[in-house]
Design a binder for this molecule. Structure first.
Ligand code: B16
Ligand code: MG
Length: 217
């Protein structure tokens, strides 16, 4: 029986992927990397800021010190935060807010489980925050997905047993994290055929999602 649903943020509730891409591309250009592509960006989905930086630096001939890498990640975050200033409710993905409202009516508790340290600001800017009971985010964790830490913290904040939680995810790392947390998962978009997930759909607007069946499982 599902009592809590934990939503990933980027790519599930909001479309911030494009902003991450633009910020990383700007940093890449600063470093003289001109061939950073959207395919590279797809590999950054759901993984930590420092692991995402590694994807950029794979395209560089230079080797950098740990301190330089920390500075680069911080610079990318400044670029990203600048872009977030223009974020509005228009960034909410189709049927995401409606799904949360529907689940709340069914007495399901709602959490966000995102490794982004910017998750609270994104929820605030898009107006989603009042619909969410608890937020587990990059500010709460030491280990990023595929480690289950962020989902276990979200479940704990909800006061729910992990076995009674469902994770909604669009990244491979996130589906692996849900499995490691012993939670059920609904895989969306690029992961819609991920065999580790229990349920699959194109997006939250997919009419094939049967919430009553999922909740009863
Ligand atoms: P930040 P999620 C993840 O969010 C993003 O998918 C990933 O691309 C990003 O590197 C990570 O957050 C860290 O974000 O730099 O804002 O702290 O998918 O877990 O909601
Ligand atoms: Mg995501």
């Amino acid at each position: 029986m599902i009592k809590g649903v934990i939503f990933d943020l980027d790519g599930v509730l909001v479309s911030t992927d494009k902003l991450h891409y633009l910020a990383w591309k700007r940093l890449a250009q600063d470093l003289g990397i001109t061939d950073f592509t959207e395919q590279d960006n797809a590999r950054q989905r759901g993984v930590s800021r420092m692991a995402s930086l590694q994807v950029v630096l794979e395209k560089s001939n230079h080797s950098y010190t740990d301190q330089e890498k920390i500075d680069f990640a911080e610079r990318k975050n400044q670029y990203y935060v600048e872009l977030l200033e223009s974020l509005t409710e228009k960034a909410i993905l189709p049927n995401a807010a409606e799904t949360i409202v529907l689940l709340r009516k069914k007495n399901i508790q709602i959490a966000v489980g995102s490794v982004s340290k910017n998750a609270p600001a994104i929820l605030q800017r898009t107006g989603l925050l009042p619909l969410i009971d608890k937020v587990g985010c990059g500010l709460d964790i030491i280990r990023s997905k595929p480690d289950p830490e962020v989902f276990l913290i979200a479940a704990k904040k909800l006061g729910q047993n992990p076995k009674n939680c469902l994770v909604v995810e669009d990244s491979e790392a996130g589906i692996q994290a849900a499995k490691a947390a012993e939670m059920k998962s609904l895989a969306l978009g690029p992961e819609k055929e991920n065999p580790l997930a229990d349920y699959h759909a194109v997006s939250l607007a997919d009419p094939s999602i049967n919430w009553d069946m999922i909740i009863a499982s």
